[in-house]
Design a protein around this ligand. Sequence first.
Ligand code: FE2
Length: 307
Amino acid sequence: MKKEHSENRRSALKKIGVSLGAMAMSPIVLSQENTSNKNRKRLLKIAHITDIHIRPELDAPNRFRQCMREIKKHKVDFFLNGGDTIFAADYGDITRERVLEQWEIWNDLKSEFKGYEIHSCLGNHDMWWAAPDKSDAMYGKDYVVKNLNIPNRYYSFKKEGWYFLVLDSNNKNAGSLDEEQRVWLENELLNMPKGARVLVMTHYPILGVSTIPYGGNHTDSKYITKLFHKHKDKNIHCISGHMHLLDKAIYNNVNYYCNGSMSGFWWGDGDEESAGKCWYHETPPGYSIIELFDDGTLSNIYYPHSY
Ligand SMILES: [Fe+2]
């Protein structure tokens, strides 16, 4: 088991042409399922980046650019962005100027994704609730949807036979799905054929392990796990962020991956509880490379970055 993991790490590093010396840490293999199925064919390779928390301080924009350079070496097909794209707009004392400043940096950094699709979801820190009134163009979710160039606060798309469901966890008793979104999700799953390959992206973990000591789990996971169980004829996998921690849960044959964060300790050095510089507790900053296969399995490897 241990040996196999280090082999995986080595070959993963070799594939992207990164020498061991150049990298601070080896990748963390969260899942390499069904390796016995030698005939499975990889359909897609994607980067899951989450909790970028972009901010003007701490040279975060340049450090993000360096991360992007490294990620692109993996030759991914497209990007999934798990939310909390900006540092924070949600606190009561955030000014319009501060919100604008953060989104301007993000809009600037979009050039880093040139040639790639990026599919994002909303994070709890992305919305400006302190706008002077609800009719303000910058208030709430619509403004974030606009800045992220996404079709709606929740949406779906299909690529190479895989279904992607991007959900909005930011509702009452967050994380949760509102009634409108529940109906939509139920229909989406109903309309998929038996055996469908599905990747669900949320900001808050639908089901987590790190959420046990730290909180932050979806509060409606009973509803969602029961819904997924109704669709046990499909191959469902879930990815999330929010925690800045790395974990994996399996429940009723559905895999739930909480994929750390790009910003680690929000680009800061950390505190007395950080196990390393810029880490949040025991998780280093990083990104995930997910490979999706034709048999409904995936592999999810977390690459700590050293920027
Ligand atoms: Fe976050």
